[in-house]
Design a protein around this ligand. Structure first.
Ligand code: FAD
Length: 549
């Protein structure tokens, strides 16, 4: 969408009939705000939604060096953005410009209206999504500031965590950014204190853990203490699909994720084989939309909340989590997916976040612009990474262990690689050694057929090899195959742990009422579409199980 089109979607004007319908649907009454009175403030959670009846409301950004008016809402326009659905704190403030009259609507009533008034719901939801996109793309909106070095593992971790959680932030690289000296002076710190996270003129945290950062900026939402119908562990495509279907079908649904919603798909720069997106969609966009959908239907999402164990009490699944109370549910869906294995190369671990990466997104691309990089792996994710990186770096060396790229990669990607001039395919090649002083600077690669070695100067190796299932939190009674993937259906029914008289449902594990979907499941097809399909299907079996309970 062109900028102008996006602006008009972001800031529509409701007509009198639409305003009346929305006011009736939410039982909203007009309310007066005096000049300079605050309607909601940056950082406020569960803030109200306002439709302007008369007068003007300024939307202000306090995150930069000076407060800035982003937009002025007038008669028939409305405030708000996706935070109303995600439950995250507001990123801007709203102040009356002169006396104004508004309809004030609570977030719960707004959510209900979004489900009950489809015509207006479309306009509001599209406006919320477009407003966030405009903020994200605006060169003037600062959001949080992360000040840290490109060579620091913690700076990388913080940026990675904020990116995956779709937080609005600006990275100030202490190695290159001209603002660094001024900012360090303003916050009264030195380079040795970095990485730090700041907002406007306030220094928030010094080198926070992901959990502390999530608490401080309001990303972390703990779950209520009640028994859910369905607890979904893992918010990748499988978990998010299950959440959308379960919540929309009236099940009390909670979803938790140890890092961020989106899973592996969230780090894909272009998913081209998912139905309905002929020009492709980024994993972040797909996940962002799924999160809104799950929230709209009332699913409760909690991040970063990792399941550490699985226990059973009185027929309920009990999931202890990091830093919080255990969560109880009648049914559980294991949707914890898989993650790429570390390269079996000496020194690999010390360069993680400082030259060794497991995703290729703009965040990583920024670190190696113009250089020569290595991508290791022969699957679709390696292919996508190579094509994406080729747009940002001088040259990509794509290393595969075998000699046929077609073996594990879709042919559309193989073709694209062949057509991209700055990707060089190195068959039968592996990484042997990594070197650098603090940050990766060179690797030694070897041709397994000839034994010939070669040293490559590079700031980055992107690894996409052999995904392993994330099942270390599961007890022995959840039967797994020799590689650790969770067995379901008839094979799970053969387990000595299976106690029910019936055979397990197709996606049920060796424990009745516990299901598995997506990449974590033995025999699953490792694709976004199949993970989404399995997540949706699992909900059908949850209904069946609950009926028999
Ligand atoms: C870079 C890349 C590009 C890809 N491109 C494509 C593509 O173009 N087309 C395609 O079809 N497929 C693609 N794939 C594959 C696709 O992304 C996966 O098949 C899909 O994401 C699997 O979904 P899932 O929900 O099963 O698991 P995942 O996506 O792996 O999600 C699992 C989630 O569980 C969370 N989790 C793990 N352990 C715990 C725990 N103990 N507690 C709480 N949460 C936990 C993780 O943080 C993660 O968010 C790509 C994969 C990658 C990595």
């Amino acid at each position: 969408m062109v900028e102008h089109g996006l602006q008009s979607v972001a800031f529509p004007t409701l007509d009198e009939t639409q305003i009346r319908e929305l006011a009736q649907c939410t039982a909203a009454a007009p309310k007066l705000f005096r000049d300079r009175q605050t309607l909601f403030a940056v950082g406020e959670r569960d803030f109200k939604f306002f439709i302007i009846k008369s007068g003007e409301v300024e939307i202000l950004d306090y995150s930069g060096d000076e407060p800035k008016v982003l937009v002025v809402h007038r008669k028939g326009e409305f405030t708000g953005d996706i935070s109303h659905l995600t439950g995250l704190p507001s990123v801007v403030s709203a102040i009356a410009r002169g006396d104004c009259e508004v309809y004030e609507i609570s977030p719960d009533r707004l959510k209900r209206a979004l489900n009950q008034c489809p015509g207006i719901s479309d306009i509001i939801l599209q406006a919320f999504i477009a407003r966030r996109q405009l903020l994200r793309e605006s060169p003037d909106f600062v959001g949080l500031r992360v000040i840290g070095s490109r060579y620091s593992q913690d700076t990388f971790r913080i940026r990675d965590f904020l990116t995956k959680n779709r937080a609005l932030f600006t990275w100030v690289d202490v190695e290159t950014d001209p603002q660094v000296d001024r900012l360090l002076k303003e916050f009264g710190i030195t380079e040795a204190d970095t990485p730090v996270v700041a907002c406007g003129h306030m220094l928030l945290l010094r080198n926070p853990s992901n959990e502390k950062l999530a608490d401080a900026i309001g990303i972390h939402r703990p779950l209520d203490h009640k028994v859910y119908d369905l607890l979904v562990v893992g918010a990748g495509p499988a978990g998010l699909a299950a959440a959308v279907y379960a919540a929309s079908e009236g099940l009390q649904t909670a979803v938790l994720d140890g890092t961020a919603p989106g899973g592996q798909a969230g780090s894909s720069m272009r998913i081209e084989n998912y139905l309905g997106f002929p020009t492709g969609i980024t994993g972040t966009d797909l996940a962002g939309r799924a999160i809104l959908q799950a929230n709209k239907f009332g699913a409760r999402l909690s991040v970063p909340t990792a399941a550490t164990r699985l226990e059973f009490q009185n027929g309920y699944a009990i999931v202890p989590v990091n830093g919080g109370e255990p969560i109880a549910a009648k049914c559980l869906l294991i949707a914890t997916g898989a993650e790429y294995r570390r390269l079996d190369v000496k020194g690999c671990e010390q360069f993680e976040g400082r030259g060794v990466y497991y995703a290729a997104t703009p965040a990583e691309a920024k670190l190696c612009q113009g250089g020569q990089v290595l991508v290791v792996g022969g699957g679709n994710s390696a292919g996508q990474a190579a094509v994406f990186l080729a747009e940002h770096v001088r040259q990509v060396l794509l290393l595969i262990r075998g000699d046929d790229l077609n073996k594990n990669m879709s042919s559309y990607l193989v073709r694209r690689i062949e057509q991209t001039g700055n990707i060089e395919l190195l068959r039968n090649t592996t990484v042997r050694q990594m070197d650098g002083d603090g940050h990766l600077s060179s690797v030694e690669i070897v041709d397994s057929r000839t034994g010939q070695q070669r040293k490559v100067e590079t700031p980055a190796v992107f690894s996409f090899i052999g995904a392993s299932p994330r099942t270390d939190w599961l007890p022995g009674e959840i039967e797994r195959d020799e590689k650790g993937f969770v067995r379901t259906g008839a094979t799970a029914g053969q387990s000595s742990h299976w106690t029910a008289a019936r055979t397990p449902f197709l996606l049920e594990t060796s424990r009745p009422g516990v299901f598995a979907a997506g990449d974590v499941r033995a025999g699953s097809v490792k694709r976004v579409a199949s993970a989404v399909g399995e997540g949706a299907m699992a909900v059908q079996f949850v209904h069946e199980y609950l009926k028999q309970m």
